[in-house]
Design a protein around this ligand. Sequence first.
Ligand code: SIN
Length: 540
Amino acid sequence: MSIQSVMENNRRIFDFVVLGSGIAGITFALQVADMGSVALVTKKDRTESNTNWAQGGIAGVQSPDDSYELHIKDTLIAGAGLCHEDAVDVLVREGPARIHELIDFGVNFTKESDGDIALTMEGGHSRHRIAFHKDLTGQEIERALVAQVAAHPAITVFEHHSGIDLAKSMDETEVCGVYVLDTVSEAIETFVARIAVFLATGGCGHVYSHTTNPSIATGDGVGIAFRAGAKVANMEFIQFHPTTLYYPGARSFLISEAVRGEGGILRDKSGRAFMKEYDERGTLAPRDIVARAIDAEMTRENAPCMYLDITHKPAAEIKERFPTIYAKCLSYGIDMTKEPIPVVPAAHYMCGGVVTDLNGKTNLKGLFASGEVSCTGVHGANRLASNSLLEGLVFSHRAAQWLRQHGDQIANDGEDVPPFRPYRGRVQEAETDALKRRIQNAMTKYVGIVRSNERLAKADAALSVIADEVDALYATCRPTEDLLELRNLYLVAQLIIRSALARQESRGLHYTTDYPHTVEEERHDTIMVKRKRTDFVLIS
Ligand code: SIN
């Protein structure tokens, strides 16, 4: 294995090519950087990731009154019977060591006055076990990790580069790299990966009109992997965060679950605290239950939002603990120390994704994945709050360890990669914008928190038309960032719809009025693979 990358015939040759610069991608890059050259490829600039936007924190057993068994139990309960217990076991037991490595990297978690790490609470957790940095945990983690990357000579960061598709060997048996669009120069380059391609592209929130996710979250990794033949699972389980700021015309802004963890109460306009009517855990029930309760109350009262009230806490405490949320609300004229915050649910997290084993390996030789893009089995039908940064950390680390042992066995010579297809013509931005809005409108209208067969079928029909239009453009036009995102967005939307249609029950985040109950025979993953362009095969 070599440390230097090589540039040959318009091909960039590395040992590892990583797509995505959030916690999963950077952790992997740092862990393999002593084994060879690493390209860290990212769509925007290196800090624009879902990680950077995470307010809440990172869960891990750290206090004497907590235990691995309790964290495992809470994760399994939230996951509503679909978590893979071996994956949850790995996550919980290996998590604390990984969190301590973050501290060694310089992550500055908020501390108690005695110097211990402060631990907060979120929905579904039976103990205080979430380490945080004010309400900017992701940003703090990203700051420390990006500094580590900058100091590492084996890692080259390519900002403003979008993955197009996986490059496979001529005989199609292995993944050998990625075709990448440089969105500044508009050049298309082949990034050859002699050992592994690692997907860490995050989620797909922008398949909906309202999301807590940054603009990069367009389901790229799922689209790229699925088109190449990777298995994708459990896409029906889209987590809607119960509380984002409701302010007409404003972009969705997350009001962290930690606000409820610190005592915030959900109320309707008249001040009624309604959550206990839905679940005995009240405001801190798992997210699927809280989001559905808010949705039900909004429908029942024909109200545009519900309210999150933390005004009973001292103002100084609120400002110190939630400076970003306080400032954001205030910028809209809402003083959360004096009045309840108007909130609505919004798309937040993709619990399914590219199927991996416990070492981040997919079913395609040479392709690995971790973080939100992956489906390790940890989240089941509903992710427990603050388990996501942890998942990225733990499974990226494991993938790197696996490659340390076995990387030589899967290495290719980098010679066998076909060139990118020819193209001509150019798509107009107005055209891609309109198509994106059509996808988002169909998903928001028909594939939200409460579903039905009839509405899913309407969405499926709409998406088939959009898919044909996007593919017709892509077949001839020069790829642009918008066009690439559209290809991934429509495909991810179709995967969500088809997976939702396949699940004939309600479980976790998937609730349908046609099958309102949980059914034991349906307790399995929904796994899809591609056969032809529009033909997805359900294999489980
Ligand atoms: C939040 O702060 O509520 C988000 C944390 C998470 O999604 O785990």
